[in-house]
Ligand binder design. Structure first.
Ligand code: HEC
Length: 121
């Protein structure tokens, strides 16, 4: 009985922590607008900071996807795999591989850029 109570308490704590995190993310200062979300100054930096360009780069880019160049990023931005992989959508390999999911703010930035047509700006 004691064990079960402890387990329940633990679960409640995890759920509460999850809610707190979500609230925090909503309050988190995350100004994202298409005008200031550019490939060169935003998206390329995000892909570098999460180590994506460590694996997805010549001469043998993982999954044959080169994320170190605009041309390569544009391909997966256009076919939906970039957004799918970073949001851990079913049917796609979750990225970054072997690491934690990107933070919500950075995911939103990438989405805003994709929704703007993934321009080379
Ligand atoms: C440790 C190496 C590594 C890192 C870091 C990494 N990837 Fe990958 N990625 C891979 C490999 C390997 C595959 C191919 C997996 C397969 O085809 O089975 C892949 C596949 C993908 C795919 C295709 C997914 C699919 O199911 O078709 C996308 C898109 C992608 N990665 C984007 C990213 C992004 C964006 C990041 C950074 C947030 C990232 N990757 C970080 C190794 C990595």
């Amino acid at each position: 009985m004691k064990k079960i109570s402890f387990l329940l308490l633990f679960l409640v704590a995890i759920i509460a922590a999850g809610c707190y995190y979500n609230n925090e993310e909503q309050l988190y200062n995350c100004p994202v607008d298409a005008a200031s979300t550019k490939y060169s100054t935003t998206v390329a930096n995000i892909l570098t900071s999460y180590g994506c360009t460590g694996c997805h780069v010549a001469p043998v880019p993982s999954g044959n996807i080169d994320l170190s160049s605009y041309a390569g990023v544009k391909v997966v931005a256009g076919d939906g795999r970039l957004y799918g992989a970073i949001t851990h959508a079913p049917g796609l390999q979750p990225m970054p591989q072997g690491a934690a999911k990107m933070n919500g703010c950075d995911i939103r930035r990438v989405k805003v850029w994709i929704d703007a047509g993934a321009p080379n700006n």
